[in-house]
Design a protein. Structure first.
Length: 190
C-alpha cells in the first residue's frame, strides 16, 4: 500500500514530462505533413541561404533549429512563429540585428552564437519569457539597456567576445540573478 502513492507520483511526473517533450522532425521528413500538426523542426545543416517559403506554413512551431546554414538574415516573415519558444540560428552568416525576434513573444531560448551580429535590437528587452540568450562569438560590444527588464533571464553567453572588465562588471552587477558567461576581460579600451 505504501508503494501506491509513489507509483501515482511517478506516473503523474512522467505524464507531465512527456507533455513538455516535443517530437523534433527533420525538414526533409515533413514535406507532405499537415503544418498544423508539426511543433518542432530541425532544419540544420541544409546549406540554406534563405528561408524557404514553405517553412512559414508551420505557424504552430515551438522549436526551430536553423543552425549551421548560410543565412544572412532572419526575414520578417518569420514573425508568423508567435508560439516559438526555442530558436537556434547558431553558426550562420547573420550580420544584422535580427529584428524579427521581437515578433516572437514566447521565446525562452535564443541561440545566435557564431554569427557576425554586431548588435541586438532594443526590443529584445520585451521578450518577457526569455531565459537563455546565447550570443557567443559575435562582434557585439554593447547590449541594449532594455535587457535589464528581462526578469526571467537566467543565462547569457558572451564568450568568444573581447569585452573589458567594466562591461562585464556592469552587467553582472545590474543583473545578479543571471549567470553571465564571459571570457577573461581584455585589456582593451572601453
Amino acid at each position: 500500500m505504501k508503494l501506491l502513492p509513489a507509483l501515482i507520483f511517478l506516473c503523474i511526473t512522467n505524464f507531465s514530462f512527456s507533455q513538455d517533450t516535443l517530437k523534433i522532425y527533420r525538414w526533409e521528413a515533413i514535406q507532405k505533413a499537415n503544418p498544423d500538426t508539426i511543433l518542432a523542426i530541425d532544419a540544420s545543416k541544409l546549406k540554406w541561404e534563405q528561408i524557404p517559403e514553405k517553412l512559414y506554413a508551420f505557424k504552430n512551431l515551438k522549436y526551430l533549429n536553423i543552425s549551421k546554414n548560410k543565412l544572412k538574415e532572419l526575414p520578417l516573415e518569420m514573425g508568423v512563429f508567435k508560439s516559438l519558444k526555442t530558436l537556434d540560428a547558431t553558426k550562420n552568416d547573420l550580420d544584422g540585428a535580427p529584428i524579427v525576434i521581437c515578433q516572437m513573444p514566447k521565446l525562452q531560448r535564443l541561440h545566435l552564437a557564431r554569427n557576425r551580429i554586431s548588435s541586438l535590437p532594443a526590443c529584445t528587452g520585451y521578450l518577457a519569457d526569455l531565459k537563455v540568450l546565447d550570443i557567443w562569438d559575435n562582434p557585439i560590444n554593447v547590449l541594449p539597456e532594455e535587457i535589464l527588464g528581462l526578469k526571467k533571464l537566467e543565462a547569457v553567453d558572451m564568450r568568444g567576445i573581447l569585452l573589458g572588465p567594466r562591461f562585464q562588471q556592469k552587467w553582472e552587477e545590474s543583473m545578479p540573478q543571471v549567470k553571465w558567461y564571459f571570457d577573461a576581460p581584455c585589456r582593451c579600451v572601453e
